[in-house]
Design a protein around this ligand. Structure first.
Ligand SMILES: Cc1cc2nc3c(=O)[nH]c(=O)nc-3n(C[C@H](O)[C@H](O)[C@H](O)COP(=O)(O)OP(=O)(O)OC[C@H]3O[C@@H](n4cnc5c(N)ncnc54)[C@H](O)[C@@H]3O)c2cc1C
Length: 414
């Protein structure tokens, strides 16, 4: 069996991938497995999901999302993708608070790695989790709910605490969003007015290659109310005269509708449409989450490396993320700015450059995205997460024999 991740830059070492058809089957499988890891939709760029023994994918656990209108929650099985969830929520009049750049990823895999979208008031996707049903190392099923002692450590858990058979998320009444793209934001405006720019819509992304005097594109997504109006004057930019792809030279056919045309949240919050390949497909990704207070200084520090970054880069996306309390969330403890890099698929050269970027960002306590590429050498991730030791104790208590441990966890966390 040869199984690769979505980007094709990592081949899983697992010899078996199981696909249980029910939670009972999943529990029996985990109970008899000495080592096993949950696999989502394989969108991580590293070995986080892997295990040399066995993987379990939950896309065979077919069950429709269950909406509880009174509790304002929806419960999905661990393999459900956000795109599938949206198809159930929106017609029933409901929505989630935010989405990542693509709807193709599984809910369980996204929350396990603190996947996020953008927005000054938008917390990462894990912050919507109200409860989890986790299959533990002995096959027992344990429910963890918001408010429980270990809850804040159990959501962004990197697959280390067990297999999430079901995930319950907060929902809210459905809403429409309009998306506008502005071209050529002068760097001097961006650095002088960053807070006004990122606060100008519910979700704002800046796309840059770091070179030149301007940021190539600004994507703004606004919840539509009666007072919504297209912005034509925006910090020296020009409104895009047609749809754009964030990556230069690529047909925007796979992108969600722009030009201020209102549409349902799930057709506007992600940049990419469910029925197409997201982004480019031929790429690598890295991302660093920096405390919001250091946003301008961090942008300046990376911009100083533009000449080294640009030859390997397809595009950088700058986003904002509201803080949360989840122990291993990259936004735990306060608001963050995310500096994301979509690289050309030249891994040795990218790997050689990452330590330089990390050195430039080290003074800002930048946290690497768990699911993307970062340098392995001598990182002290523990220093970046105040509840690090609590997480390690939780893992030791929950999985004393290391059924869910793998090389990534040994290297970076345990
Ligand atoms: C094109 C592209 C665009 C992206 N855009 C964004 C973005 O906008 N924002 C962002 O933050 N990230 C983004 N990412 C990264 C992506 O969201 C994360 O890597 C995410 O974890 C992928 O989810 P997955 O289902 O593919 O997880 P996988 O890669 O399959 O697994 C990730 C982790 O989740 C665990 N896991 C999966 N299922 C379960 C389960 N049922 N129970 C317990 N643990 C489980 C695995 O064990 C593993 O540790 C993007 C990636 C790609 C390829």
């Amino acid at each position: 069996m040869t199984l690769t991740n979505w980007a094709g830059n990592y081949t899983y070492g697992a010899t078996e991938v199981h696909r249980p058809r029910s939670v009972e089957e999943l529990r029996e499988l985990v109970a008899r497995s000495p080592r096993i890891r949950a696999l989502g939709t394989r969108h991580c760029f590293n070995d986080l999901a892997d295990d040399p023994a066995a993987l379990v994918a939950l896309d065979g656990l077919e069950a429709a999302p269950e909406i509880d209108e009174a509790a304002r929650t929806v419960t999905v099985t661990g393999g459900t993708r956000y795109g599938t969830l949206a198809q159930a929520l929106h017609p029933a009049g409901w929505a989630v608070h935010n989405l990542a750049s693509l709807p193709h990823i599984s809910v369980a895999g996204a929350v396990a790695t603190a996947t996020h979208g953008s927005g000054d008031r938008s917390r990462n996707l894990a912050a919507a989790v109200a409860g989890l049903e986790l299959v533990g190392p002995d096959g027992s099923l344990r429910t963890v709910r918001r408010g429980d002692a270990d809850f804040d450590g159990s959501v962004v858990a990197l697959g280390a605490l067990g297999v999430a058979a079901r995930v319950t998320l907060d929902i809210e009444p459905t809403y429409d969003v309009a998306q506008e793209v502005h071209l050529d934001l002068p760097w001097r405006e961006a650095l002088a007015h960053l807070d006004e720019i990122t606060g100008s819509a519910d979700s704002v992304s800046l796309f840059t290659d770091w070179t030149g005097d301007s940021i190539q594109q600004v994507w703004r997504k606004t919840r539509v109310t009666d007072s919504y109006a297209l912005r034509t004057d925006f910090f020296g930019t020009t409104p895009a005269d047609g749809p754009r792809h964030p990556l230069p030279g690529i047909d925007p056919v796979n992108c969600t509708a722009q030009l201020g045309e209102p549409g349902p949240w799930h057709d506007r919050l992600p940049h990419f449409r469910m029925d197409f390949t997201p982004s480019n497909g031929d790429e690598l990704q890295s991302e660093y989450l920096v405390p919001r207070a250091h946003a301008v200084a961090a942008l300046e520090a990376v911009r100083a490396l533009a000449d080294r970054i640009a030859p390997l880069l397809q595009v950088t996306e700058v986003r904002t993320i509201a803080g949360d309390d989840l122990w291993l969330s990259t936004a735990s403890g306060g608001d963050r700015v995310g500096l994301h890099f979509t690289w050309l698929p030249r891994q040795p050269e990218v790997a050689a450059l990452l330590p330089t970027i990390e050195a430039a960002l080290a003074q800002f306590d930048a946290r690497p995205h768990w699911g993307k590429l970062f340098a392995d050498a001598d990182r002290d991730l523990a220093r970046l997460y105040p509840r690090w030791d609590d997480f390690r104790s939780l893992v030791a208590r929950t999985d004393p024999d290391g059924v869910f441990r793998n090389a990534y966890l040994d290297r970076h966390v345990l």
